[in-house]
Ligand binder design. Structure first.
Ligand code: PHE
Length: 479
């Protein structure tokens, strides 16, 4: 092996040797891992509630459109960057640009840092699901769901379960890619699908099912405002794990065969189907116990009214259904957590010559510490998981569109797409990548900082990053 092939040579501009870095053993292993990353709180909690609050079936259609127009192309771009480079997000830009210190490296840092930041609070939430899993089995929250939620959210319990999740994450990532990431997804993902589909079928037999479906999908055209669409773009990126280096890092463990466009479509559409199914499970349960209300945001929904529905079911049905649901939610969030830690770990291994075990322990410990504040003040969740995450997610998508549309060899490949006979897709793809995406995402990025101007936002008062941090409302919408 020549020196430049070494996975720990941190100036190399060549792809690393796959033998040394580890690889997915099977295509299905990769696909399940990528779906595992994508499917998480975004699909289980955020999507169904977004749909119910923002136009029902119309939201679904719009979301599908956004996914086809933005989500899948960005995913193809991210996967192909990772697979071409066969390196961590920082080293990837070195390989892709052919320079030892390209300016884009800064963006590579941003990706794994943002992923680690998201995990610092995501792990706390994943910990809640574990506590609720045990709480469902014993019926611990059946008498007083509110008190149980308060005890879960803050203080010692939050810290303990956060620790459990981060230790498990470190254990999985200590293994090689095929024995760690791939194995855990091969077990958890099929189990997750079986449970969710099973529960959705069960929910369809409940007495008040029609009211639940109606609340979820009743089409409403008036719900289309710019903030709703902007939220849908952010939701699509977050939910598909784009722009944080997670997909890029996973794809860097792919052998160079399989078509990325096919993979990206399978991953995205499966995630959407999963998210839609979650709504079919949640709303009939709520309507049956008279717990439907439009007010709850995504997460508040599953730990609030949904947990209450399990409590109302009583023993032993509530124990079983509740435990299954929270186990599934744990699987969904844990496989996302694993993918959020891996970009930083792969960076530490390749750029700082740590072995996989040390890197996993170190990175997971740091992320644990970063999450402690949230375990003491769950109000921080609104900030970190809200405006800050939205901003970073859109920034991630924006940088990928910009890089792939203008700077990478892909730009030239797209420019050449229409040469010769046959379907001329390049005509559409090129302006999409070079103009539409950077422009739309650029504007959304700006609005995520300043808030959406009121003439575009209708009644909705959209709060930007600046306002969240205490600046006055720039858009003057309240006046
Ligand atoms: N897609 C995950 C979810 O919907 C979150 C995530 C974001 C995971 C970014 C990895 C990278 O919950």
């Amino acid at each position: 092996m020549s020196k430049s092939d070494s996975p720990t040579d941190n100036t190399s501009t060549k792809p690393a040797d796959p033998e040394q870095r580890g690889q997915f053993g099977t295509r299905i292993g990769f696909i399940l891992a990528a779906i595992g990353s994508a499917v998480g709180f975004g699909s289980i909690a955020r999507f169904p509630m977004n749909a119910a609050n923002n136009g029902g079936a119309m939201f679904l259609l719009m979301y599908l459109f956004i996914m086809l127009l933005f989500g899948i192309p960005i995913m193809i771009a991210e996967l192909s960057m990772g697979r071409t480079a066969q390196r961590n997000t920082v080293g990837a830009f070195r390989v892709l640009t052919g320079k030892t210190r390209p300016k884009w490296m800064g963006v590579g840092f941003l990706y794994f840092l943002v992923a680690a930041f998201i995990l610092s609070y995501y792990s706390i939430l994943s910990g809640w699901t574990l506590r609720y899993f045990f709480g469902s089995m014993t019926g611990a929250y059946f008498n007083d769901p509110d008190a149980y939620l308060t005890a879960t959210q803050e203080g010692p319990w939050a810290l303990i379960w956060h620790a459990v999740v981060m230790v498990l994450t470190a254990v999985v990532l200590t293994g090689t890619v095929s024995k760690g990431i791939e194995k855990v997804n091969l077990v958890m993902m099929p189990a997750l699908f079986l449970i969710i589909v099973g529960l959705a079928v069960y929910a369809a037999t409940l007495p008040n099912v029609a009211a639940g479906y109606e609340f979820y999908l009743q089409p409403d055209l008036t719900a289309f405002t710019l903030p709703v669409m902007a939220a849908a773009v952010g939701q699509a990126f977050f939910s598909l794990s784009l722009g944080q280096g997670a997909m890029m890092t996973y794809a860097s463990y792919l052998p160079k065969r399989t078509s990325l466009a096919t993979n990206a479509s399978i991953i995205s559409l499966s995630t959407l189907c999963f998210a839609v199914t979650c709504g079919f499970l949640i709303f009939p349960l709520l309507s049956t116990f008279g717990l439907l209300s439009g007010e709850r945001a995504g997460l508040g929904l599953i730990f609030g009214p949904l947990a209450q529905a399990f409590a109302e079911m009583g023993q032993p049905l509530g124990n079983i259904i509740g435990a299954l649901f929270f186990l599934a939610t744990f699987f969904a969030s844990f496989t996302s957590a694993v993918s959020l830690a891996e970009p930083a770990i792969s960076y530490a291994i390749e750029e700082h010559k740590l072995d996989r075990r040390r890197a996993s322990i170190l990175i997971c410990a740091l992320i644990y510490i970063a999450g402690i504040a949230v375990a003491f003040n769950s109000n921080l969740l609104d900030l970190e998981g809200g405006a800050l995450t939205d901003f970073f997610v859109i920034l991630g998508g924006f940088t990928i569109a910009l890089y792939v549309g203008w700077f990478s060899p892909v730009a030239q490949a797209i420019a050449r797409m229409d040469e010769g006979e046959g379907v001329k897709l390049g005509r559409f793809v090129r302006p999409l990548m070079q103009w539409v995406m950077p422009l739309v995402l650029g504007v959304l990025l700006l609005f995520s900082i300043t808030g959406t101007p009121c003439f575009l936002s209708g009644d909705a008062n959209s709060v930007g990053l600046l306002e969240t941090f205490g600046a006055p409302d720039l858009m003057g919408c309240e006046g």
